[in-house]
Design a protein around this ligand. Structure first.
Ligand code: ST9
Ligand code: ZN
Ligand code: ZN
Length: 333
């Protein structure tokens, strides 16, 4: 795997730079894995999750109907909570901890772990472990949200059934020493439940009630449940829509696609054909900050000295790959 890594993210410079860095993370597709022959294990529905997800989505729909009676301040606060929790997933669990595509200082890691608890998508360790198996065994039985099983399974269905045994078997063999050695990750894992209660539900609900007198009812349903559900679905669209619809300018042999709608709603994570082709790239896209708020955030953190060593696929490597395996839809920005 070829990448450039520099202390300060000037994408233009980096794309022109010499290829240096090597990905040490197990996020590269492993084509030696073969699915077991014979019938698939029976689907085991986890009814507790079906019920909880039904309640959550019903609550979010109800929250949606409350929007006209929600104060402007609470709407702004809901957006703030959306962006903080989204960054905890995109800049945190995904680009930093799953792919190690840049380095983050302790204060930034603490912020990202707090933001990640606000997103309540399993703790960082579990999220990154599942995500590494997703890349390594993409679109197979060992992929937790195998998109070959259809939109619904890739979107939410995988959270409603027991995992295929191969996900767990292959996941247990992954190298996760970097995550185990990260005190921030392990602290968040240890205190995950109370951190979620406080940060995903408590803080979003209590701040508007305490500071500007919003009713607890609206504060629970809008910045609480509705915001949480929107972040979840925006994330899941990367697994579902961005594995089904869009162009494949970098590698037409894989399912992940470039999907602008998903890129927009998932603050920069919809350039999924690029991302599966160059998983080490801190921008998860060829085009820097374009439709990519997460990249702007990481660049700002680098500017402030809180992040460094952003890895970027060089322009030459990308161009060669486009030529070799692209579907012909590539454009230069
Ligand atoms: C959620 C996660 O929503 C979303 C992740 C999306 C990822 C998207 C990626 C796309 C790219 C990034 C884009 C970001 C965009 C963000 C945009 C923001 C605007 N390896 O799990 P169990 C072990 S979560 C190794 O119970 P079951 C495990 O350790 C939503 N081992 O499996 C355990 O061992 P032990 C809220 C593994 O029983 C044992 O196996 N959360 C692995 O099959 C059993 O584990 C929920 O809804 C592995 N990969 O149950 C909860 N996996 O016993 C959902 C497991 O020794 N989860 N193990 O401790 C569950 O309830 C269950 O996991 C289950 C499966 C029912 C789904
Ligand atoms: Zn990824
Ligand atoms: Zn994917």
């Amino acid at each position: 795997v070829t990448a450039t890594a520099t202390a300060c993210p000037n994408p233009a410079e980096q794309r022109n730079g010499e290829a240096t860095g090597v990905s040490s993370v197990e996020d590269v597709f492993d084509d030696t894995y073969k699915e077991r022959e014979g019938p698939k294990p029976p689907r085991q529905i986890v009814w507790r999750n079906v019920i909880l997800m039904t309640f959550l989505h019903t609550g979010a729909l109800y929250g949606f109907t409350l929007l006209p009676s929600t104060s402007a301040m609470t709407l702004v606060w809901s957006m703030v909570c959306f962006f903080i929790s989204a960054l905890g997933v995109t800049a945190g669990a995904h680009r930093l901890w799953s792919h190690r595509s840049y380095k983050a200082s302790v204060p930034l890691r603490i912020f990202l772990a707090v933001a990640n608890s606000m997103a309540f998508q399993n703790d960082i360790y579990e999220w990154a472990r599942d995500h590494r198996v997703h890349h390594k065994f993409s679109e197979t039985d060992a992929d937790p949200h195998n998109a070959v099983r259809g939109f619904f399974f890739a979107h939410i269905g995988w959270l409603l059934v027991r995992k295929h045994p191969d996900v767990i078997e292959k996941g247990k063999k992954l190298e996760l020493a970097d995550l185990k050695a990260d005190k921030v990750v392990m602290f968040q894992r240890k205190y995950y439940k109370p951190s979620v209660l406080l940060l995903c539900f408590g803080v979003p609900m209590l701040v508007p009630w305490y500071l500007w007198g919003e009713s607890l009812w609206v504060a629970y349903f809008v910045p609480g449940l509705l915001r949480y559900t929107v972040v979840l679905n925006a994330t899941w669209l990367v697994n579902s829509a961005a594995h089904i619809w869009g162009n494949r300018p970098y590698d037409h042999t894989i399912n992940p696609r470039e999907n602008r709608f998903v890129a927009f709603s998932a603050i920069g994570e919809g350039f999924h054909n690029y991302h599966h082709t160059f998983p080490f790239d801190y921008s998860t896209s060829e085009f820097g900050c374009k439709v990519n708020l997460t990249t702007c955030f990481i660049n700002t953190m680098c500017f402030l000295g809180l992040a460094s060593d952003c890895k970027k696929a060089s322009r030459e490597v990308v161009a060669a790959r486009v030529q070799r395996t692209g579907d012909g839809s590539h454009h230069s920005g």
